[in-house]
Design a protein. Structure first.
Length: 129
């Protein structure tokens, strides 16, 4: 099975340009330009924790503090091989789709929630951290 090479998080913002400038100028995160000023930021090593959700409600901090909505995509150099290996283990995956930013599939978790896996076609910032 192809290995996970990294993770790509999406933050949805009502002022993406200002938030990108904050990441670059205030937090001093290095970035690559994927085109037209679309910055992809290098992150330090990270962790992932899976927390229980109560009846589908957002966690308390998200409800009170306006946390940005996020999505998780694992990155791989061979999305077709990765998906095929998961399917052999009985994991549900959507058909691979081609987008301008890469090829991707959504993986169904036991909870019914989904995460993404993709093979990027855009510049990545992984080697910058």
């Amino acid at each position: 099975m192809s290995t996970i090479a990294g993770a790509h998080f999406l933050l949805y913002s009502t002022d993406a340009d200002a938030d990108r400038a904050f990441m670059r100028d205030v937090l001093n995160l290095q970035a690559v330009d994927a085109g037209h000023g679309w910055l992809i930021f290098a992150l330090p090593p990270s962790e992932l924790a899976v927390h229980p959700a109560e009846d589908g409600a957002p966690p308390p901090a998200a409800a009170d503090d306006k946390l940005l909505r996020t999505e998780l995509y694992f990155m791989t150099s061979d999305v077709a091989g990765f998906v095929a290996a998961l399917q052999q283990r009985g994991v549900g995956c959507t058909p691979i789709k081609q987008e301008r930013w890469g090829r991707f599939s959504l993986i169904t978790l036991p909870s019914g929630g989904k995460i993404g896996v993709y093979q990027p076609s855009h510049p990545t910032a992984i080697s910058m951290s």
